[in-house]
Design a binder for this molecule. Sequence first.
Ligand code: ADP
Ligand code: MG
Length: 639
Amino acid sequence: MPENLSEHIIDTTPVIEATAAVPAAESDDDGVDIRFTDLNLDGRILAALTDLGYEKPSPIQAATIPALLEGRDVVGLAQTGTGKTAAFAVPALSKMAELADVNGGPSKNTQVLVLAPTRELALQVADAFTSYAKHMEGFTVLPVYGGAPYGPQLNGLRRGAQVVVGTPGRVIDHISKGSLDLSNLEYVVLDEADEMLRMGFAEDVEQILSSTPAEKQVALFSATMPPAIRRIAKKYLNDPAEISVKGKTTTGTNTRQRYLQVMGPHKLDAMTRILEVEDYDGIIAFVRTKAATEDLADKLRSRGFSAAAINGDIPQQQRERTVEALRDGKIDILVATDVAARGLDVDRISLVVNYDIPNDTESYVHRIGRTGRAGRSGDAILFITPREKYLLRSIEKATRQPVEQMQLPSTEKINELRLSKFADRITQTLAGKEVGLFRDLIATYERDHDVPANEIAAALAVMAQGGQPILVQDIPVAPAGQRERADGRKDAFGSRGPTRTLTEGNATYRIAVGRRQRVMPGSIVGAIANEGGLSSAQIGGIDIRADHSLVELPADLSTDQLRALSKTRIGGELIHLELDKGRKPAGSRSAGEFKKPFKKDFPKRDGDTRFAGDANRKARHVKGAGAGAGRSSATSDQW
Ligand code: ADP
Ligand code: MG
């Protein structure tokens, strides 16, 4: 596992108020020199960590594990991918294991409750507990989350779950049903507290906290510390040790990672635009199939780039020649499959384009390792379709580095650039020797045909373009068929016209929260994805009105989903989800149209190929979780 964890810098600056210093875990840039064996952990847990290949605790772990073992409440602040799960799970399990020895066997009671913002995170945390508890006898953990049937969860709870990991809404349900007994609870964890808050779970979290026994340990983990979290920490945590880990959390810090949301059919245009504006030396573009390597290389060549393909079907010798050509600058773009590019080491590669998303994070890490070589800095761009978006989080975890959203270079920018390049070419050519001969030719033409010189120049410019248009057209940004207006004009999320098309099979639902309740699209998507068990792709347009909102969802929601959603809260308010009366579900093509002012404030959604700004980026974990939620057994580095 990542030796680079040692690059973390610990900053023990108190977050809430001054508290006793955090034990040990002082570090400098050279890293934390603490081993798991220094932490007084139960041998069974240590064995599991060894099995997992964890060599030493990450800084947040080194700091929080001793405090938690000691019985203190803890506030842990650290970025994604810093190992927060083990930071709270490992000490909890170690205590449980030791307690079981003292009591002559494990207790079946629910002793640990972890609250997580999304179904996917709840599953991940539950998986982590399972792997750390691998050598513990009779260990049980149960994830509970909205959108899933109650039956299995009720059975699991009845059988006894020592650790329950749940999303707040569903946990409240189980508490009120009497199916979750918290009277023996010893330890509550709020994981990703800021995200829970952002998704509107603050009140639920408080309600849960106040229905737990007074005598308990509480740990709160978060990437950021907004005031509302601070308030919760102050109210529900008892003299917490506050641990904040800052600094580098990455492997190849010299490679910047970005992603561009783009629909499959527009990838080629997106790539050419990027190549026009990015500074690059050598490029490697990864595609999924052998055929795609040839196809993309052909298309790039026909657009004027020097590109070549390598894949497993191409004989070794020829592959080597191609790589040499890249090294020598005879070609600039190598289009490759993962297999063909294994181990490729060309210093010149300054940009990796993940044209197709790789199959797993390991391949991703390998791909981006083709750049940033020999101490140079590198760039990695990932093309991601709306459906693939939830995978970003796994990538960020695997690389321990954020993947920033990038915008597609705008049509205006590209065209401006092209025109100025064209002008440059004219200037350069005028300075050359060949102009002389043509000057006479043009003069003759001008006289014989009585055409002004600028007209002739324009005709020559067209010739010089060789049939290629000099200006690019707008790339349609909306998913095909989904955001098309009835009149055929592109409708960027209904912002231009009074009507919009409801996707076939969808219906408009009404929820009882709107601007007055200060709801944000992100919290609506989060709550609905989570509690209704819907994927991001299933949630269509959202129109936030004064005191209610309209949301496009599948027309055929199950009774379970409807029940869950009718009880869902956003910002503490019940949303009372119901079909919007008077609107026909889009059962057929003709019924799909409906008049309705999805107007200016119709929010941009991540799910669409709108190259949206930061506000949307915020919402993506939420949505991502929705889309990825079905994968119960996915490990953190595979999908
Ligand atoms: P966070 O909750 O801070 O985002 P996670 O707890 O999900 O991070 O951990 C991120 C990844 O790091 C996981 O794949 C996890 O298995 C791995 N990891 C955690 N602790 C260690 C460690 N001490 N050594 C190596 N890998 C670790
Ligand atoms: Mg986490």
